[in-house]
Design a protein. Structure first.
Length: 256
């Protein structure tokens, strides 16, 4: 290899110096900011505010479920708050209730669960022990009991207001009983496991799913909550209405 000319060498060194002095990419700044917004309450429990008065809680399953993280909501309601889905275990809900009371200063006054699986109902015993009513559809209570999961004692109708929330049963999908929950003031739709996250390549656990009914149920959800802007799935990251489109695409793929 021929030796570099002195001018060429100086030019290369100047470019390298400029590159090393460049500011970090904006995406890195955003990632750091998002990490700072997360509040870690325990090794397997965290919360993150996504709108004024609206928090996502994330709880991680034990080894039996592969450490899978599950989302839920904590929504402020006056001086109190409402818990949407309870985490995988009584310990998870115990941590969430303590944080809502002692740090957020909006103690949980009521809870609702969106379907009968353990990642939604697992924390019910803690709420029962503290006298906090847990609401669900009759079908959810029946299925939870049959599965041997904790059973919610209070009932929801298929479409009703629940404090600052609006609850709707769109029809079968991920499970025969899955609810979706809207926070109209912020445009946040909590789809639970009825909606898939952007990184999902499949519809996930279909053990109790009704893939045939799911597309029509999704259409009813869109019609009932046309103003949804932020979608929170049951697992992984929230997004915009593209999550509804992504779920629809996965359903079309599954039906082929």
């Amino acid at each position: 290899m021929k030796p570099l000319h002195r001018v060429t060498l100086l030019a290369i060194l100047a470019c390298a110096a400029t590159a090393s002095a460049a500011p970090p990419l904006k995406t890195s700044t955003k990632a750091a900011s998002a990490k700072q917004e997360e509040v870690v309450l325990a090794k397997d429990v965290s919360v993150r505010r996504i709108a004024p008065g609206v928090w996502i809680h994330v709880t991680k399953a034990g080894k039996d479920w592969g450490g899978t993280p599950a989302n839920g909501l904590l929504v402020e309601d006056g001086d109190a708050s409402i818990l949407v889905d309870t985490g995988w275990t009584p310990e998870h809900s115990k941590v969430l209730l303590a944080w809502a009371k002692d740090t957020l200063h909006h103690p949980v006054r009521a809870a609702l669960v969106t379907h009968f699986h353990i990642d939604r109902t697992g924390g019910i015993p803690t709420l029962d022990a503290q006298g906090i009513p847990v609401h669900a559809r009759e079908d959810t209570a029946r299925r939870a009991k049959a599965e041997g999961n904790p059973v919610p004692q209070q009932r929801l109708s298929d479409a009703q207001d629940f404090g600052p929330l609006s609850v709707f049963f769109p029809g079968a999908g991920h499970t025969p009983d899955n609810l979706v929950v809207m926070h109209p003031a912020s445009g946040i739709l909590y789809g639970g496991c009825f909606i898939k996250d952007a990184s999902a390549k499949t519809l996930g656990n279909l053990e109790d799913a009704d893939v045939t009914a799911w597309p029509a149920s999704l259409k009813r959800e869109r019609e009932h909550f046309p103003d949804a802007r932020i979608i929170v799935p049951g697992h992984e990251q929230p997004g915009g209405t593209q999550l509804l489109d992504h779920t629809e695409a996965l359903l079309k793929k599954a039906s082929r």
